[in-house]
Design a protein around this ligand. Structure first.
Ligand code: NAD
Length: 480
């Protein structure tokens, strides 16, 4: 058994999960896939809607469990579960349009393009948002007819296992890197979807590459939030900017992790930011009403943050209760760090954010882009047009305007990184199409009875005007 303790009260064991054999789980998933993929899409959707209904009746119980195992405030846990259900329902709503076959029967011949499942999909997920990050893989994979083996992080395995148990054709394997590697290297696995850090990502990509198994990689970020010289923030805007960095104790892939502010407005910014943190940031036990920031996930995270935070950092927010019981770290704004300080140059994944002052917009864009990571970013300006123009210059998979982090998400917008923040997308149409492969059946008209024929080694010449472009087909959007 693997025990999980409460990071807010480290002497309290929240629950335990069994160690499962990865090979047996993959084999069961492979067998289950034969029936599941043969079902009509409407039947798979009905089964997934039933799961959404079941989880919907248990939100409060699951949110408390998630808060106790992950250290995230209860309201955040409720929000995560509700968002995961909204995504599951979005997938059910849009699958019929996106997964439908494309059929042609015209002067070029008879052609059917099908969106076929891969087979067994391994989903490896982190602890910081275990339910939504699992659902982003399970829902589109299952609706398309794949079966799944989910390996959640041992640091938050409990609530997500309860959710997974309501879904059809999902095996759950518990364990750490060894269990993950056994799954990724398994010959019956046809796709791997990973969300997590850079180092695990490289090992997983290497192991999957050795098997020629395709991967989707959602990796870390070091997101810049760029306040343009004309920024004009209300009190609630400042509060949103604070929470963009400190939600989940800063342990969010798309948290605002570097704040770029015009030098001429630094004093005004710092004063308003500190006041906003005082209003909105309450550190304490995740189950205490009003708490907006809990502990970090582990003792190792506490040690890492202590090493990163300079003595000169400004403490932020308020606290409640005894913080000596768990892995609590005081949230801070670090105001005088150079660009090459580790807190600026690397993903901190904790409650400390550096303030970086700039003189010109070009300089700010250059410094914001000076990272191997490119997950998300934000631009804050009184002028939306100007913000969009600057957004186009930022090297990021997702740029928020006048917000950052979860408040800026959209179920219909693909999410994923550029550069070393990963490849492949979650959410939106692309997030669903990650889990299908196009397969084709084609009878060229030239060789059907009465057809014009063709030289034995010729390429086809004329195509009908309605022929889809390769891009249409690749994106699965074409309906002719
Ligand atoms: P992690 O990489 O340590 O672990 C993620 C998962 O992979 C866990 O289930 C873990 O047990 C497993 N794992 C670890 N090493 C493995 C290996 N060698 N082979 C197979 N499986 C392995 O990440 P974490 O600490 O749980 O999460 C934090 C990281 O996740 C941060 O870098 C964060 O930015 C990133 N993240 C990214 C996104 C995104 O959407 N891009 C979302 C959330 C978190």
């Amino acid at each position: 058994m693997i025990n999980r303790e409460n990071p807010a009260r480290i002497t309290e064991v929240v629950g335990s999960v069994p160690v499962t054999d990865p090979d047996a789980a993959v084999r069961r998933a492979e067998v289950a896939g034969r029936d599941w993929s043969a079902l009509a899409l409407t039947e798979r959707i009905a089964a997934l809607r039933q799961s959404a209904h079941t989880v919907g009746t248990r939100v409060e119980e699951l949110a408390v469990l998630l808060a106790r195992e992950s250290g995230k405030p209860l309201a955040d846990c409720r929000g995560e579960i509700m968002f995961a259900l909204a995504y599951l329902r979005w997938v059910c709503d849009h699958a019929p349009r996106l997964l439908d076959d494309s059929r042609f029967d015209d002067s070029a011949g008879r052609l059917v393009i099908r969106r076929r499942p891969y087979g067994v999909v391994v989903c490896l997920t982190p602890w910081n948002a275990p339910i939504i990050l699992a659902m982003l893989k399970l829902a589109p994979a299952l609706v398309a007819g794949n079966t799944c083996v989910l390996k959640p992080s041992p640091l938050a395995p409990l609530a997500v296992s309860e959710v997974a148990a309501t879904l059809p054709c999902v095996e759950v394997v518990h364990g750490g890197a060894t269990a993950g590697q056994a799954l990724v290297s398994h010959p019956l696995v046809r796709k791997v979807a990973f969300t997590g850090g850079d180092s695990a990502g490289r090992q997983i990509a290497a192991a999957a590459g050795a098997m020629l198994t395709p991967t989707v990689m959602e990796l870390g970020g070091n997101d810049p939030a760029l306040l343009l010289p004309d920024f004009s923030l209300t009190e609630s805007d400042y509060e949103r900017l604070v929470m963009a960095s400190f939600a989940t104790s800063g342990q969010v892939c798309m948290a605002a992790k570097r704040l770029y502010v015009p030098r001429s407005r630094a004093d005004e910014f710092i004063a308003a930011y500190v006041r906003a943190a005082e209003r909105v940031l309450l550190v304490g036990d995740p189950l205490t009403p009003g708490v907006t920031m809990g502990p970090v996930i582990s003792a190792a995270s506490v040690d890492r943050m202590r090493a990163l935070i300079p003595d000169t950092a400004v403490p932020l927010g308020r606290s409640t209760g005894d913080l000596g019981t768990g892995h609590f770290v005081t949230p801070v704004l670090a105001t005088d760090l150079p660009d090459d300080a580790p807190l600026v140059a690397e993903e901190q994944f904790g409650p400390a954010v550096p303030l970086l002052l700039y003189d010109t917009e070009d300089e700010a864009v250059t410094r914001a882009n000076d990272s191997e990571l490119g997950l998300a970013a934000s631009v804050w300006s009184a002028d939306e047009e100007r913000a969009f123009a600057v957004a186009d210059r930022l090297e990021a998979g997702f740029v928020f305007v006048n917000t950052h982090n979860r408040t800026g998400m959209s179920l219909r917008a693909p999410f994923g990184g550029v550069k070393r923040s990963g490849y492949g997308r979650e959410y939106g149409e692309e997030g669903l199409l990650e889990y299908v492969q196009s397969t084709v059946v084609h009878a060229p008209a030239a060789f059907r009875p009465g057809g014009a024929g063709m030289a034995a080694n010729a390429y086809p010449a004329d195509l009908p005007a309605t022929e889809p472009t390769p891009l249409d087909i690749a994106q699965g959007f074409a309906r002719f």
